[in-house]
Structures are given as C-alpha cells and as structure tokens.
Design a protein around this ligand. Structure first.
Ligand code: ZN
Length: 246
C-alpha cells in the first residue's frame, strides 16, 4: 500500500495523468513497440512495426498495412482496468483535470474519462482519404466494408484511414498544445506505463512546473532521478489502491 501516494493525491488540486502502452497492457493489449511486438512483426511481415504502420507504407501497401493494423492495433473486446477506472474517478471528484495518453484504444473514455488528449490518435475515429467521410471502428472491422482487408468508403470507394498517427506522419499540433497547457498548469503530474522514450513523451515532462512528479512504471526510466516518487509496480494495482477501486 502506498500511503504516501494517497496523501499526495489527497493534497493535490490539479492532477494531470500522462500514460503510455503499459496502461493498456494490463487490459490485455500487447505493446507492438515491445521486444516481443518487434519480433512478431519481423517474423510475420519481414519488417519492424515502424516500417509497417508508417504513412508511405500505408499508401504503397494498404492490404498489408491493414492486415497488421487489425491484428495488432485493434482490440475491440478490451476492457478498462483499475488504472483507467481510478483516473475516471479522480476526474469526477474534480482533482484530475486531464488524461494525456499515447494509447489509441479509447479505454480511458470507456472507463468514463471525459477530458482525454490522445496524442497518437484513436482507432475509433476513421476518415475517407478522398472525401473525408467519418467512420467508426465497427465500420472498419466489418469485412463487408473491406476489399482485401482495406476498408472502403461507402460514398466514394476511397480508402478509410484510421486517425492514428503513423510513423512519418506529424502529430496533431492542437492536441499537443492542449496537453502541454494542462501539464504546465498541473500541481501534480502522474506518469504511468511509459518508459518515456517514445516521442513526444519525454518532452512533455519538461513542461511540468508543479511540485510533485510521480512515475509509475514497471521498469526504470531516465526520469526516475528527477521524480518525487518512483514506483516500479503495476499501474492498475497502484492507482486502484490509491483511489479505492476494487
Ligand atoms: Zn469517401
């Protein structure tokens, strides 16, 4: 039990959470950037993930892109875990002002979080590259809407592209600016489930001016020395306990 963490949360008035893949792995969503994920991409597709889910490859080989994408980035049955639920509860109580996430699975919203900045986009939003028509996740995974795995727009037959930020694609400046704004106003920043190496993760921490930086990650990060509190345990268990989620 981390009573010290509980005390910090109780005394904070403006908490921001910044999370990475580790938050979702506890919901059974494997990290495609992990060692295992990279190995699988090489053995199944002959190339690393960053060469598949990148913009030029999407344009050149959409069939292979969507085959990989549907098998590795889409997890429609995944459910929020205690970390997601704890954060939703903290937002409801008024203490937590925003969740900034690198995950694209929408689990924070599923748990009830309202103010979520998805810096790498979301699998739940998709647009036709030609006419801009919007489609949800169900449309994209329905084989009836796809040709060779590639989802097609029902209005113009254009390719439907997920609003997931691909490699070699720029991040949404408006989302980034909003995230930076919340982080720089926060009195407590909880960083969880990220090794802080994926862009733009590391840069975000530099904007934090508050008093309490808390890192919760199973392995060490380069920011451990800068943090006021470091916990190398399961984020779901730690946050769940601290906020009282069973
Ligand atoms: Zn279209």
């Amino acid at each position: 039990m981390h009573d010290d963490l509980k005390k910090i949360i109780e005394s904070s008035e403006n908490i921001v959470f910044f999370g990475g893949a580790g938050v979702s792995t506890e919901s059974g969503i494997p990290d495609f950037r992990s060692e295992n994920g990279i190995y699988r991409a090489w053995s199944d597709y002959g190339r690393p993930p960053e060469e598949i889910i990148c913009l030029p490859f999407f344009k050149r080989k959409p069939e292979i892109f969507f085959d990989y994408y549907k098998k590795n980035l889409i997890h429609p049955d995944a459910k929020p875990n205690r970390a997601h639920m704890a954060l939703a509860k903290l937002e409801e109580s008024g203490k937590l002002k925003a969740v900034v996430t690198q995950n694209v699975d929408g689990l924070h919203q599923k748990a009830g979080s309202k103010n979520v900045m998805e810096v790498h986009g979301s699998v739940h939003r998709n647009h036709c590259v030609d006419c801009g028509a919007f489609y949800d996740l169900e449309y994209v995974i329905d084989p009836g809407n796809c040709e060779n795995q590639v989802p097609r727009c029902k209005k113009c037959n254009g390719i439907v592209k997920p609003d997931v930020v691909l490699y070699q694609e720029s991040l949404d400046e408006a989302v980034l600016a909003k995230a930076v704004g919340y982080i720089s106003d926060a009195d407590t920043l909880i960083v969880g489930g990220t090794s802080l190496v994926v862009y733009p993760a590391a840069g975000f921490i530099d904007y934090f001016k508050g008093g309490k930086l808390i890192l919760i990650n199973k392995s060490e990060t380069q920011y451990d020395k800068k943090a006021n509190m470091v916990i190398h345990e399961s984020i779901g268990e730690v946050l769940g306990e601290a906020v009282g989620i069973l």
